[in-house]
Design a protein around this ligand. Structure first.
Ligand SMILES: Cc1ncc(COP(=O)(O)O)c(C=O)c1O
Length: 383
């Protein structure tokens, strides 16, 4: 970003997030507000559709290509052909679950605190004789070892969230990916709670599959997700959705013979979500303009600020681990004597938007959240 000084960044963020006065939005781990540029893009897209229909479809395709490039860069995919645009995280996990050629007796390893989307899909394979093993990672000194210890010679896949949705625990993807590759186990990452906060490098971390929806830390709308499939897996993953868009010779409608697209477009069966594509691309343009390192630093600053404030409140106990490298944008805590639903309701009444998850109150600010709002929110929760 030009200038790149702290005040340039602050004024850009103030103008991009004109949230209602008094609203304290600490729920980016659920659904984020859109930046101004995303809202403007959607308004322009609506107006264009109103006035011109899809006359400028070739330009829309350029935006689609731009988005694939933005996402490929964000996860360091070797090529934009490794990126598919899906509807959500659950769809990507399902593509992996129903694409692999399971043998009865195989198993999948996840953590014991995964979001339902990264558990149910593996449980659904029970009828094929695929087992599920859950590693306990909370209050454990070395969560990666706990996950790897849960594997055995029948483990075909390890599937974890890069950041656990309730506790906020961040995993060391590089360590897991390297160990999985050595053991011949495929490695799948649900990146929805981490992508947009810190770098997920699919090559360095030896990730085979990565999926993340756009509506949390990427600041985009719901219903548009990135799916990375390592090129070596592409042909091996059995397809389950077919249509005009996933064939190699897309657009040659008269042609009767077909084969799946060589690239990750093979996972996109029909018409793309053009509205979502325009919106997510606009949101990513902000994150890229700020610079991923700046975004990460600012999110972690806010997390650490919350840690400090919560530690200083005698009535509150932190749930999120505070060791460096173990947290991202989620901070969960409990009140020592007041039940979570009561605290959550108290916060809601005070215009603090946050969540109650797995026995904790979850705050999740983003890079633009004013620090003083964090102090206000903790004071309300502690009071
Ligand atoms: C870790 C995790 N995975 C998946 C999801 C759901 O993703 P989607 O709605 O994109 O399928 C969530 C939503 O909260 C989540 O926290």
């Amino acid at each position: 970003m030009a200038g790149n000084g702290a005040s340039d960044i602050d004024s850009l963020l103030i103008s991009e997030f004109p949230l209602l006065p008094g609203l304290v939005y600490l729920n980016h781990a659920a659904v984020s507000p859109w930046p101004r540029r995303t809202a403007e893009t959607v308004k322009r897209f609506a107006e264009e559709n109103l006035r011109e229909g899809a006359s400028r479809y070739p330009e829309w395709l350029q935006t689609e290509r731009l988005l694939r490039g933005q996402l490929a860069g964000l996860v360091n995919a070797p090529s934009i052909d490794d990126i598919a645009l899906l509807k959500n995280t659950s769809e990507g996990l399902s593509f992996v679950a129903y694409g692999l050629d399971w043998r009865s007796g195989d198993n999948v390893v996840i953590t014991a605190e995964e979001f339902p989307s990264n558990r149910i899909v593996w449980e659904s394979l029970a009828s094929r004789g695929v087992g599920l093993r859950e590693a306990r990672v909370s209050h454990v000194h070395d969560p990666e070892s706990a996950i790897l210890e849960a594997t055995d010679r029948h483990t075909r896949l390890v599937s974890v969230s890069s950041v656990q949705y309730a506790s906020g625990l961040r995993l060391d993807l590089g360590r897991l990916g390297t160990a999985c590759r050595e053991r011949g186990i495929a490695f799948c990452v649900d990146a929805i709670q981490g992508l947009g906060v810190f770098r997920h490098d699919v090559q360095a971390a030896q990730i085979d599959f990565l999926v993340a929806d756009g509506h949390k830390w990427l600041l985009g709308p719901e219903g548009i997700a990135v799916f990375y499939c390592r090129p070596e897996w592409r042909e091996r993953l059995k397809l389950h959705e077919y249509g005009w868009h996933m064939v190699e010779d897309m657009g040659d409608y008269a042609r009767r013979d077909w084969r799946p697209a060589a690239g990750a477009r093979r996972f996109e069966c029909g018409s793309p979500n053009m509205l979502g594509i325009h919106a997510l691309s606009a949101s990513l343009s902000l994150l890229l303009e700020l610079g991923p390192e700046t975004v990460e630093r600012r999110v972690l600053e806010r997390t650490e600020h919350l840690f400090e404030r919560i530690r200083a409140a005698p009535s509150l106990d932190l749930v999120t681990p505070t060791r460096s490298g173990r947290y991202a944008g989620i901070v969960s805590f409990r009140h020592r004597s007041v039940p979570n639903p009561v605290i959550h309701e108290r916060l809601r009444k005070a215009n603090v938007v946050c969540a109650e998850r797995l026995g904790g109150i979850r705050f999740s600010p983003h890079c633009y959240t004013p620090l003083e709002q964090l102090e206000t929110a903790v004071a309300i929760a502690a009071g």
